[in-house]
Design a protein around this ligand. Structure first.
Ligand code: PLP
Length: 450
């Protein structure tokens, strides 16, 4: 039995590929799976039964090395004993009591913890929600409300979610918008500083990150007066866009542009935050202070949780009822997230930095002997290897899809992003030995596909 991957998720499976379903129990599950609406399509037929650390077992007992972590979610790995304990303890006390309407200690404690990770920690507040999309949606609303301005600027290649506000900023794949126009009025896009595929054909550092000058030189002088811009929304490392690391100084330059025009700087740390890049937040690598940070994915350790963390000078604008939800501040997810942050501070952040360096170095070495790898980039455990056609040097989307599927056959879980990048975003608990094991499979998968 094979599954046909028909429509792409936030990865690159845009051509129909047949991937064998690896066992009878998985085949039975796939056959039953007719009532789940999957507008994103399945990437490959993994049917998980259980997980532990960086290992996953499917319903037929096959074991996989997980270098995907549920799309950069499981910061502490599968079923970390400390998170399991917190779930068990909290679930016997209470799970839910509408955090926007009532008080609960796990929510208050998590807010204290989150603001303690911010520069000048006394001047921040947290809005809790259930996903990255909602954190971005809240950020757009707060920026508009606090500045009294309407427009928001984002970047080509960005992914911020698929609700109407966030989708209006998302700009990584055309099918994400196809059939859904019109978008939110007042959404503008400009070039992301992507040095491997420079949008204006210059070279860093001589360029002075000139691609960002388009904001003031072009946008502000043509279609988007700066006095009507509420916010610039940016991923400190572009995730779905291809694990693109901007050059040093790019975020500082954006901060300066924002300061010159009274614009809020919103950092989308949904994928890059919570220790993944070796710091709690990726923006720390540039020493800037954003106005708003959107977090999710790793924060909940596998439970659905989003957070908008905003400087208090902006949050005062919201009046009771300005924004809200039912599940934000859920006692169970907040208790788990607090433990995740403790683990990240105690050990996972340092592990992400050191094992991440090991991963980057090993991929750079592989690049030397593999003409199909055109670029290796990343920070901490957010690392991508871009695959190309060695004759043209151009991104090879089809090869990336084939390598991802072959890796699955060889029991390694990875996903693609951007045009042709294989991304490595494993649990932050991963060891160097596990990285070596995963990369051996990755290299073997490339060899099998070229
Ligand atoms: C940078 C970024 N922002 C926002 C989102 C949306 O988050 P969610 O899928 O939790 O709504 C994602 C999801 O991939 C993301 O990578």
């Amino acid at each position: 039995m094979t599954t046909s991957v028909i429509v792409p998720p936030d990865t690159n499976v845009d051509d129909e590929e047949d991937v064998a379903v690896p066992g009878p129990n998985a085949q039975a599950l796939v056959a039953r799976d007719t009532h789940v609406m999957v507008p994103m399509g399945r990437v490959y037929p993994l049917a998980i039964a259980r997980g532990e650390g960086c290992r996953v077992w499917d319903v037929d007992g096959h074991s996989y090395l997980d270098m995907n972590a549920g799309i950069a979610v499981l910061a502490a790995g599968h079923c970390h004993p400390r998170l399991v304990q917190v779930v068990q303890d909290q679930v016997t006390r209470f799970t839910h009591m509408a955090g926007t309407d009532f008080y609960n200690e796990p929510m208050v404690r998590l807010a204290e913890k989150l603001v303690s990770t911010m520069p000048d920690s006394s001047h921040w507040q947290v809005f809790f929600c259930n996903s990255g999309t909602e954190a971005i949606e809240a950020s757009i609303k707060l920026a508009r409300h606090a500045t009294g301005r309407q427009n928001v600027i984002a970047f080509y290649g960005a992914f911020h979610g698929r609700s109407y506000g966030s989708l209006s900023l998302t700009a990584s794949k055309p099918y994400q918008r196809q059939g859904f126009f019109p978008m939110l009025p007042g959404s503008f896009h400009t070039h992301y500083p992507n040095c491997h595929h420079c949008p204006i054909n210059l070279h860093y550092p001589e360029c002075g990150i000139a691609c960002l000058d388009a904001i003031e030189r072009t946008l502000f002088h043509t279609v988007c007066p700066p006095g009507e811009v509420a916010a610039i929304v940016v991923e400190p490392i572009q995730g779905e866009g291809g694990y693109v690391v901007p050059p040093d100084g790019a975020l500082r330059k954006l901060r300066q542009i924002c300061d010159r025009h009274g614009i809020l700087l919103i950092l989308d740390e949904v994928q890059s935050g919570v220790g993944r890049t070796g710091n709690m937040w990726a923006f720390e690598h540039e020493g800037i202070v954003p106005d708003i940070v959107a977090s999710a994915k790793g924060l909940g350790g596998g439970l659905p949780l989003g957070a908008m963390i905003a400087r208090e000078q902006w949050t005062q604008s919201w009046k009771p009822g300005s924004h809200g939800n039912t599940y934000g501040g859920n006692g169970l997810t907040c208790a788990v997230a607090h433990e995740v942050l403790c683990l990240v501070e105690e050990e996972l952040m340092a592990n992400a930095a050191s094992v991440g360096n090991h991963l980057l170095a090993a991929l750079h070495a592989m690049q030397q002997r593999t003409p199909h790898i055109s670029a290796v980039r990343g920070r901490g455990l957010m690392v991508g290897a871009e695959l190309c056609d060695p004759l043209t040097g151009q991104p090879d989307r089809h090869l990336a899809n084939m390598v991802m599927e072959e890796a699955f056959r060889q029991k390694l879980l990875v996903l693609t992003c951007g045009a042709s990048t294989i991304r490595f975003c494993p649990p932050l608990t991963i060891t160097k030995a596990e990285v070596d094991e995963g990369l051996a499979i990755f290299e073997s998968a490339i060899r099998a596909c070229v």
